[in-house]
Design a protein around this ligand. Structure first.
Ligand code: UDP
Length: 368
């Protein structure tokens, strides 16, 4: 069986890592090509993560770089089509909800290749998010679906998918987190600021709705700073956010902007933090498993289990809500969470077992 494993962004690399380890340790002779689209190309978001996670070098890199949604989609489709013309695999496996995953899923499907979607069935119901559009497109055309929760499977059934297409297997991002937990390492800022366990907050922001408009970003940052007292706030700045931050002057002696951290350093800081404030989906899952209080700076989430079961709360981005949430945290009243079903580090293995059993994946698609 030959699989194309598609990845182009930081969260993609973290998710596919679990699948690659599972293939490597299954000894079943599954062959794969790792296709990097180059959607993320910043050292810290791409090569650095490959190094941290001991990922093999990509077999192909489309080097798509930055651009509008349409430019990236078109560029990735053209690039991947060329690769497929050379050789068609049995399966094109995409993870998550980024442009890379959507563009490759469409290209493969139109060339008659079975598409497998890992992390299928998530919905924020927020059509202003490019990711929501990507999720819905991928889930409309994919052939097989691997889900992180029963709720996500149910969403797919409501959309007409059948039981033999949908597999509830757990969360690949958590496989990677648990595998690398013993290797988390303190970043430079830990010693530089003499940070201590539970005496600082961690912040990440990169969703267009939060960072593309200066006023929004400014309001969020000043609300956090006005309500966090002397507590240091460590903010590893995503490249998307960095260009906007340059235009804001925000004097605060407790807010520390740093470059994006390596995966091992970021999760070290997360594990030891008092809480994380974030608009990242992946971080809400990691905070849930590490049992760190998590405030989602968005109005919705496609990962409701992190709220219903985990440590996450949807705070939104208005000043009053941020104030209330931080007050609750400092008063030691944040809820304790539990860990969602099957987020146990064995998801990659379950996915590979299903792929091996599915006869449809072994039938003659490979064209050399
Ligand atoms: N992450 C990282 N370094 C950082 C910030 C985040 O390695 O400085 C990791 C984090 O542990 C998580 C992933 O990046 O696994 C989340 O990626 P991102 O927030 O870009 O994507 P999203 O989850 O929002 O799709």
């Amino acid at each position: 069986m030959q699989i194309d494993i598609i990845a182009g962004t930081r969260p993609n690399f973290i998710k596919i890592a679990a699948i690659i380890y599972a293939i490597e340790s299954s000894k079943t002779g599954i062959k794969y090509r790792l296709i990097h689209t180059g959607q993320h190309y910043d050292e810290k978001l791409s090569l650095g993560i490959f190094r941290d996670l001991n990922l093999p070098a990509p077999d192909r890199n489309l080097n798509i770089g930055s651009g509008s949604q349409a430019e990236q989609t078109g560029g990735i489709m053209l690039g991947y089509e060329e690769i497929l013309k050379e050789k068609k695999p049995n399966i094109c496996l995409v993870v998550g909800d980024v442009t890379t995953s959507m563009a490759c899923a469409i290209t493969a499907k139109k060339m008659g290749i079975k598409v497998v979607h890992v992390e299928a069935g998530l919905r924020s119901k927020d059509w202003s998010m490019p990711e929501e559009i990507n999720r819905i497109i991928i889930d409309s055309i994919a052939d097989y679906f691997f889900t992180t929760t029963i709720e996500a499977s149910q969403e797919l059934y409501r959309n007409g998918k059948s039981k033999d297409q949908v597999f509830f297997v757990g969360n690949t991002m958590i496989d990677t987190l648990l595998r690398f937990k013993p290797k988390f390492q303190a970043p430079e800022i830990w010693n530089k600021l003499d940070l201590q366990k539970k005496n600082y907050l961690l912040l990440t922001l990169h969703r267009p709705s939060n960072v593309d408009k200066i006023q929004n970003l400014k309001r969020i940052l000043s609300s956090i700073m006005e309500n966090s007292g002397e507590v240091p706030v460590i903010f590893p700045v995503h490249p998307r956010t960095a260009s906007i931050l340059e235009k804001i002057s925000l004097p605060s002696k407790n807010l520390f902007f740093i470059k994006p951290l390596s995966y091992l350093e970021f999760n070290f800081l997360l594990q030891n933090s008092m809480a994380v404030l974030t608009d990242s989906g992946g971080v809400t899952e990691e905070a849930t498993v590490l049992q760190i209080p998590c405030m989602t700076l968005r109005e919705n989430t496609e990962r409701p289990e992190t709220v219903q079961i985990g440590t996450n709360e949807i705070i939104g981005t208005n000043k009053e809500n941020i104030e209330k949430a931080l007050f609750k945290l400092f008063a030691n009243k944040w809820k304790k969470g539990a860990i969602p079903e099957l987020w146990d580090g064995k998801t990659g293995k379950r996915i590979i077992e299903v792929l091996i059993e599915e006869k449809a994946f072994h039938t003659g698609q490979i064209i050399d």
